[in-house]
Design a binder for this molecule. Sequence first.
Ligand SMILES: [Fe+2]
Length: 243
Amino acid sequence: MSEVNRLKEQIRHLEQRNIELTLLLESALELQSDTGSGKLPFTMTAIQTLIVALDSRDPYTAGHSSRVALYSLWIARQLGVPEVQCRQFHHAALMHDIGKIGVPDRVLLKADSLDDEEFSVMISHTTIGARILSKMEAEGEHVSASLVAKHHHEKMDGSGYPDGLKGEAIPFFARITAVADAFDAMTTDRPYAKGRSYYDGVQELLRCQDTHFDRQAVQAFAAVMAERNYLRSRSVLEYKDAT
Ligand SMILES: [Fe+2]
């Protein structure tokens, strides 16, 4: 790699890091402003305990949980969900992958693609998560964290898991989390692949609205990300290269 390319790569990495830290800060500010916002079904101590337990299994999920929760919160607000429910949802979305605690390392940490048996084990993180969270939440909450955990991998055309639910049969908050979750998965670097740009991530969500994702949730997310100026299609360097 030439010196120029190495520098470009470093700048790309720093730009990405800058975005991640901005999102982390926004997430921390949202959580901090929860204090005094009324009764929430899960205490922050309970949530943090669960998240620390999960992160100790799979370091990738550390930033993932907080970014997915933040994106989910933004979508819910954009859709006009009352603020008290938005707060409950933010907490629920933080724990959407908590069932991964029950997925063995050989599957959870595998870098290659999963075979059928491994995939069915991975799928179980949705039902395991729902089981864990159902023990903690009171009945009759507007936002059910266990339903979010259980159904955040369902798809609008019924091809998702664990229940193959279709369209509006998928719980509303799980449909929002699905958008946030897929976006973060697409735009995050993995050991085996570079993440896409945020612009490309939103384009992919738009391409898959109605088939995979709830159209309203995708449109709300695209609007929020544009408004917050996260959708510059290419980095400054790439713009320069193109001229
Ligand atoms: Fe998941």
